[in-house]
Write a protein of this length. Structure first.
Length: 442
């Protein structure tokens, strides 16, 4: 800032010629004493400006410069995995001690710091959220994890995540909402899912939180999740305070990550269903059926409840293939599986065990009910109309049993006893039910 003194000297030198132009006599303007006075005045002004700059301007500019340098170093260390921005942006602020241009510059710098720190935190939050979801391919835990993170980040007290599966809106995860599954029937939610536009609903009186019978949220946020214009699901968040624009923007970033994760999870689930299903009949294949049998057997043992098992085989099926061909045989297999599925209860599991043999898993079913289901299956198949080329009627032989009546120690042992009952049914004349360890029933 020494240039200020030089500027004062230059002003003192040019002042006498300047006043001559204004009409001051040269004899007066160019007098040595007047020149000396002008130079002294210019030097004094320059010195005063220099002192003012050193005492007032330089410290404030230095503070601003140091603040910029410190924040730049924090950004560099953050990139080196040493988090400093997480301590808050206030520690990088510079004092705003006036309303002049330097004060305005300091205030603008502080606002810039706040914006950069918020942007970095948002970036970190979205990255962590994406990494968390990327580690999950199973739909249920993925939705629970996503909802948990969004509740924590948004400050919401309750929420639910609905996913479209087979054309139906299913509640995949919920927290803090009473009867969350009922939200799927809301008209505004359906409309948001149709036009794929987010909605903020003020004081929804028909939505209750689990904190008490009369606790209602201040605001309900409906965020549809879509991919290429097609809905995947919708996120519902309930808050006791209005959602701020900043939270709304953060959730919008999260929604993009959730979209990719849901796509992957739904694709994984579809592939899993394909791998688990018998391509011809649409019921579980043998591999998945054996897995389910093991799971249900273990669950029955832990809960002390019975597990019923039914095995049936289409009678005289080989002559059907030999006489009318394998296409006719396939049609009969499909018709049989559909007929049996219609007479089963919710929760019962139909498995194509192999060829013309099928299994039915009956969780929580005691022997009398197992016998009733088996007889219902036998009668339904016997009454089936073969509408296309093939035999007029077909029948099935059935073996059945439960863990409670047989006290078997493994699913394989239970399966073997029921298989033996099936062969007894065939040996006794077919088209009948035989309970494992008991006499056949016509």
């Amino acid at each position: 800032m020494s240039w200020m003194i030089g500027l004062g000297l230059v002003a003192g030198l040019v002042f006498p010629p300047f006043v001559v132009l204004l009409g001051v006599p040269e004899s007066l303007a160019y007098k040595p004493s007047f020149y000396a006075a002008c130079l002294g005045a210019g030097l004094a002004v320059g010195a005063v400006n220099y002192l003012v700059a050193c005492r007032l301007v330089r410290p404030r500019v230095k503070t601003l410069s140091e603040g910029m340098r410190n924040f730049r170093m924090a950004l560099q260390e953050e990139e080196g995995q040493t988090s400093m921005l997480g301590r808050g942006s206030e520690r990088y602020h510079v004092p705003v001690d006036s309303a002049d241009e330097l004060g305005k510059a300091a205030d603008a710098f502080n606002r810039l710091i706040d914006a950069l720190v918020r942007a970095r935190r948002t970036e970190d939050a979205v990255r962590d959220f994406s990494q968390t979801l990327a580690s999950q391919l199973d739909l249920a835990p993925l939705c629970r994890e996503a909802l948990s993170v969004m509740l924590a980040r948004s400050g919401a007290v309750g929420g639910a995540l609905f996913v479209l599966q087979e054309g139906e809106l299913q509640c995949a995860a919920a927290y803090g909402l009473s009867h969350a599954e009922d939200l799927a029937r809301r008209s505004d939610l359906r409309k948001a899912l149709t036009d794929l536009k987010a909605r903020q609903v003020d004081s929804p009186v028909d939505v209750l939180l689990t904190g008490g019978p009369q606790v209602t949220p201040r605001e309900l946020l409906l965020l549809p999740v879509e991919s290429k214009g097609e809905p995947l699901g919708i996120l519902v968040l309930a808050s006791l305070t209005p959602f701020t624009p900043e939270i709304f923007r953060l959730l919008d970033f999260f929604r993009q990550s959730l979209k990719l994760a849901l796509q992957n999870a739904l694709s994984h689930e579809r592939l899993g269903r394909i791998a688990a299903m018998d391509a011809l009949t649409g019921c579980y294949n043998r591999r998945m059926g054996m897995e389910r049998l093991g799971e249900e057997f273990s669950r029955a043992r832990r809960g002390g409840e019975p597990l019923g098992l039914v095995m049936f085989d289409i009678d005289h099926f080989k002559p059907v293939n030999d006489t009318w061909g394998h296409l006719a045989g396939d049609r009969i297999l499909v018709q049989t599986a559909r007929t049996v599925q219609r007479v089963l209860r919710e929760g019962d599991v139909l498995v194509r065990y192999g060829g013309e043999e099928f299994l039915i898993l009956l969780p929580g079913t005691a022997l009398p009910e197992v016998e009733e289901v088996a007889e219902r299956v036998r009668l339904a198949v016997a009454r089936m109309d073969i509408t296309e080329e093939g035999p007029e009627r077909i029948t099935v032989s059935i073996g059945a049993g439960t863990t409670a009546s047989l006290d078997e120690e493994s699913p394989d042992a239970l399966l073997q006893r029921v298989d033996e009952a099936l062969y007894r049914a065939k040996a006794e004349g077919r088209n009948r039910v035989v309970l494992a360890g008991m006499e056949p029933v016509s």
